[in-house]
Design a protein around this ligand. Sequence first.
Ligand code: PRT
Ligand code: MG
Length: 215
Amino acid sequence: MTDITIALSKGRIFEDTAPFLKAAGIIALDDPETSRKLIIDTNKPNVRLIMVRASDVPTYVQYGAADLGVAGKDVLLEHGGMGLYQPLDLQIARCKMMVAVPEGFDYQSAVFQGARLRVATKYLKTARDHFAEKGMHVDLIKLYGSMELAPLVGLADAIVDLVSSGNTLKANYLKAVEEIRPVSARLIINQAALKLKRTTIQPMLDSFESVVGVT
Ligand code: PRT
Ligand code: MG
C-alpha cells in the first residue's frame, strides 16, 4: 500500500479537517491537542498525520515531506504556492482578511489625503499587493502575532489581520475598515505525489469533496 503523509496544524485546522478525514475512513489514533507527538498514526496503517505550524504546512507539502496538507488561503498567499496543487476549497476555518484601525481613526480621510500609513502585519505579501492596488504608499512593519497591539502602542496606524467574530478587534478598541479578501482553508497536494500516488490520493480527494459544505 502506498504511504501517505498529511500535514495539519493543531487547533481549528485539525478540528475542522477531522470530518473530511473521517469521510475518507481516516481516524487519528492520538489527539494532537494533548499528545506531544508530532507524527500521529491513524487507523489506516499507510496514512499518518504530521503536526506542524499552520504557516509551515505548505512548505512540508511543497518539498514532498508530506503528500497532502490543509492550509488557510492567507498562509498559501504568503507562501506563493510553488509545487502545490490546490484542488479543493474545504470551506473551513473561514474568516476575512481585513484592514483595521483604532476606533477614532478616520481611515477614509487618511486614504483620500494620501497619508503615508504605517501598517503592521504578519501578511506582508497580501498587504503589499492590496495597498499597491489602491495606489497607496504604506510602510509595512512585519510582526509574527498579536497585530492588534501595534496601533495601541504607536507602532502602527493600521493593521492587516484575520477577523472572524470581530471580538478581538472590539476588545482592543479597533474597527475593521476594509475587507481585503475572504479566507478559508484549502486542501493542498504535492504536485509530484499527485502523479505518482494518484490511485491512492484520488479516492481520498473524492471523499473529501463529498463533505465540502456539509460540515
Ligand atoms: O497560532 P499560530 O501562530 O501557531 O498560527 P496561526 O495563527 O496561523 O494558526 P491558527 O491555527 O490560529 O490558524 C490557522 C488558520 O485558521 C489561519 O491560517 C486562517 O486561515 C484560519 N483562521 C480562521 C484564523 C481565524 N479564523 C482567526 N480568527 N486564524 C487566525 N485568527 C485570529 C486572528 O489573527 C485574530 O488574532 O483570531 C483573531 C481574531 O478572531 P476574532 O474571532 O476575535 O475576530
Ligand atoms: Mg493562531
